[in-house]
Design a protein around this ligand. Structure first.
Ligand SMILES: *[C@@H]1O[C@H](CO)[C@@H](O)[C@H](O)[C@H]1NC(C)=O
Ligand SMILES: *[C@@H]1O[C@H](CO)[C@@H](O)[C@H](O)[C@H]1NC(C)=O
Length: 258
C-alpha cells in the first residue's frame, strides 16, 4: 500500500512537472535554429509581458533591482562621496526586441550562448541616499532618482552547465556577462542639495552634459546590476522548463548518443 501510494504520488508529481510546457502559441524551434529562436523569444515577450508564473517567467514590465552602492569613499579629505540607490525598479523590458541569438545548440555547454537585444527606453526609478563633502559643501541628501537609458543595446554572454532531473536536461547559468551600449543616459536626482534648488538643477545638468564620463566611471557597478537583473529573468525559466522541452525533439536517427 505504502509503495503504491509513493508511486502514485511520484507519477502525479512527474505529471505536474512535465506539464511545464511552453504555451502553444509560441512556436518551438529546432536546436540551433537561430532565426526561429529570435522570433519565438520576441513573440513570448510581446504576448506575455506580465510573465508566466508556471514557467518561472517573471513579469518583465516591472523589474525589481537589488540595492546598490555606487560610491563608498572613506570619509576623509575635502572630496568624498557615498552614494546608495535603493527601492529600485526598471520599466521598459517589455519593449525588448531580441535581434540575434547564438549557441542554443543541442549541446549548449559546448559553446557560448549569446543573446543580443535592444530596448527603446529603459527606465530606472528609485530612491537614493547620499552623503559627502565637496570642498566646503557638506552633502547629506535623500530623494528620488530617475534614469533613462535611451536606445539601450545589450549582448548577454552565458556559460551554462547541464543538470539532469527526471531524465531531462536543465540549464544552469554559471556565468552571465552583459555588454551594453546606449545613445544617451538621462539621469536626474531630486533634492540633491536640500536647501538649494538652483544648485540641484545645476548639478543635474552637469551630470547629463557629461553622461559619457559619468557612465564610464559607473560602468562596472551598472554592469553588475544588469547582470543580476538579466540573471533573475532567465534563471527561474531554466529551472522550471527543461532545455529539451524548449525545443522540437531531435529525430531519432540524428540523435546524438551521449
Ligand atoms: C513601451 O512601449 C509602449 C508602446 O510603444 C509605450 O507606450 C511605453 O511607454 C513603453 N514603455 C517604456 C517604459 O518605455
Ligand atoms: C543627515 O540628514 C539626516 C536626516 O535629514 C540626519 O538624521 C543626519 O543626522 C544627517 N547627517 C549629517 C552627517 O548631517
Amino acid at each position: 500500500m505504502r509503495d503504491i501510494l509513493i508511486i502514485v504520488l511520484s507519477l502525479q508529481l512527474l505529471g505536474s512537472l512535465q506539464s511545464q510546457m511552453i504555451p502553444k502559441e509560441i512556436k518551438k524551434c529546432h536546436f540551433g535554429e537561430s532565426q526561429c529562436i529570435v522570433d519565438s523569444m520576441n513573440a513570448l515577450i510581446k504576448k506575455f509581458p506580465r510573465g508566466i508564473p508556471a514557467l518561472g517567467l517573471k513579469p518583465i514590465d516591472v523589474v525589481d533591482i537589488r540595492n546598490s552602492k555606487f560610491w563608498n569613499d572613506e570619509r576623509v579629505g575635502a572630496f568624498w562621496l557615498q552614494f546608495d540607490l535603493f527601492d529600485q525598479v526598471n520599466y521598459g523590458f517589455e519593449n525588448t526586441t531580441i535581434t540575434k541569438v547564438n549557441g542554443f545548440d543541442e549541446n549548449p555547454t559546448s559553446s557560448l550562448i549569446e543573446i543580443h537585444g535592444r530596448i527603446p527606453s529603459l527606465i530606472h526609478k528609485g530612491s537614493y541616499f547620499s552623503q559627502g563633502r565637496v570642498w566646503i559643501v557638506q552633502l547629506n541628501s535623500t530623494g528620488e532618482s530617475f534614469s533613462d537609458f535611451q536606445n539601450f543595446r545589450f549582448v548577454l554572454k552565458l556559460k551554462v552547465i547541464m543538470e539532469y532531473r527526471n531524465n531531462k536536461r536543465y540549464l544552469k547559468i554559471y556565468e552571465l556577462n552583459p555588454f551594453v551600449n546606449m545613445d544617451r543616459w538621462v539621469f536626474w536626482l531630486d533634492n540633491f542639495f536640500e536647501s538649494n534648488t538652483d544648485l540641484t538643477i545645476a548639478i543635474n545638468q552637469v551630470f547629463n552634459l557629461h553622461w559619457v564620463e559619468f557612465w564610464n566611471e559607473l560602468e562596472p557597478t551598472n554592469l553588475k546590476i544588469f547582470a543580476s537583473v538579466f540573471r533573475d529573468i532567465f534563471e527561474d525559466v531554466f529551472k522550471k522548463v527543461s532545455y529539451d522541452d524548449m525545443f522540437l525533439p531531435v529525430p531519432k536517427e540524428f540523435a546524438v548518443n551521449d
